[in-house]
Design a protein around this ligand. Structure first.
Ligand code: ADP
Length: 398
């Protein structure tokens, strides 16, 4: 069965087509600068990559081209072969604890949650509607980044603010990167050969979060109401004393929007180093002797260690720690510093095994008390799996 996995942003559309249940990637690509000047798309097929510059007025146009290319490349002979299209949705609030087939009610709930994810949810709706037009016979499914975290207990998802705020204003922890945390924890359990496990999964990319996963279920996670909370990130501050916000807004006469931009786009590694939000640039800066890059890296690593330590205690031990996403999969340096910081727990690195990028690998020594693994994430595959399951069930019910 052919399944399309889609991630629609406000000006972009990433896709991957799979043959399911074999989980074979048939074609992938990304449309960029939709609705802007100089729009283009790239496609990867059979090991080759092509790039085409074309006017992309809106997402409808991008989907139309995508369907034409699927036919052109012979991925499908007829669009009816695409049985399901799965869409990544950033914010599912408390409504969704699993992936669902799209209907009017689902669309209106995603729309209602736009205030919590203003950059993402409206773009997802545009993408879903464009996909419905382009492939009207496919089942449309939505896979929420928040769904995996819905198993958290009230004491973990509530903030110690007026209790009514949760009901009245939806103020609570929802988490993010759930599709990735779910994928790597499933894979980790496969490697361990059992499912009654205590895992700490570290999704450390430009955005970053850590989850505590017990028996396959998330019990706590570092991101909060929005993806600004928890770890120090590329340009996001992570956890801070909330009172800094009104204090500095008064001092600098900032609007809420200006403050939001500082917390999300001018803080984190970028804010401290003054150099870059990209951990590769921070590593280069450290090599050149830049003391603020060094400081930024120390703070970044410290926060990761703090969260792992917190979740180790909360889980009552840990069977494995997983590193994934851009930094987690590729930064030899950051992984080493985090593991060294856990030495009090008896975690020991295997320097040679850790000296790799982007591959699944055990990176701790045989006598390490907790094994640490790199597991490259695959959110697209996770979306395809759920969409395949929902599409196949839907076909059986017809
Ligand atoms: P996003 O949150 O945007 O999905 P990714 O998971 O793709 O982010 O991670 C992107 C980040 O990964 C980059 O900003 C960079 O900091 C980091 N990264 C990628 N490759 C390397 C590398 N070789 N060494 C260190 N960091 C890397």
């Amino acid at each position: 069965m052919k399944i399309l996995s889609v991630n629609a942003g406000s000006s972009s559309l990433k896709f991957q087509a799979f043959e399911m249940p074999e989980e074979e990637v048939l074609i992938s690509g990304v449309f960029e600068k939709i609705g802007l000047e100089d729009s283009f798309y790239t496609i990867k097929f059979n090991g080759e990559k092509i790039r085409k510059e074309v006017e992309l007025k809106n997402h409808d146009k991008a989907f139309k081209i995508l369907m034409d290319e699927l036919l052109e490349y012979g991925v499908v002979e007829s669009l009816d072969e695409i049985k399901g299209i799965g869409h990544r949705v950033v914010q599912g609030g408390s409504y969704f604890d699993e992936s669902v087939i799209v209907d009017d009610d689902v669309l209106s709930k995603i729309d209602e949650l736009s205030s919590l994810a203003p950059l993402h949810n409206p773009a997802h709706i545009v993408g879903i509607k464009a996909a419905m037009k382009a492939a009207p016979n496919a089942v449309e499914a939505v896979v929420f980044d928040t769904a995996f975290h819905q198993t958290m207990a009230e004491e973990n998802y509530l903030y110690a603010l007026p209790y009514e705020w949760c009901d009245e204003y939806k103020i609570r922890k929802y988490g993010a990167h759930g599709t990735s945390h779910k994928y790597v924890s499933l894979r980790m359990n496969e490697i361990l050969g059992r499912y009654n496990t205590k895992l700490i999964t570290c999704h450390i990319g430009n955005g970053a979060s850590i989850s505590a996963v017990k028996d396959g279920k998330c019990i706590n996670t570092s991101m909060g109401l929005t993806p600004n909370a928890g770890l120090i990130m590329g340009s996001r501050c992570g956890d801070i004393d909330a009172t800094i916000v009104p204090y500095m807004m008064k001092k600098l006469n900032l609007t809420p929007e200006e403050m939001d931009t500082i917390l999300n786009k001018k803080s984190g590694l970028l804010g401290i180093s003054g150099v870059s939000s990209d951990s590769r640039d921070i590593e280069d800066g450290i090599i050149k002797g830049d003391s603020r890059c060094d400081l930024a890296q120390k703070m970044y690593v410290r926060r990761i260690i703090d969260y792992i330590a917190k979740y180790y205690v909360e889980l009552g031990g840990c069977d494995a720690i997983v590193f994934t996403a851009g930094v987690g999969e590729n930064s030899v340096h950051t992984r080493r510093e985090v593991i060294d910081g856990l030495s009090v727990l008896g975690v020991k690195i295997d320097e040679e095994a850790n000296n790799v990028r982007g591959v699944e690998q055990l990176i701790t020594a045989p006598d390490s008390t907790i094994p640490c693994y790199i597991i490259p994430t695959n959110e697209e595959l996770m979306i395809a799996r759920d969409t395949y399951r929902l599409s196949a069930n839907n076909e059986r019910d017809l």
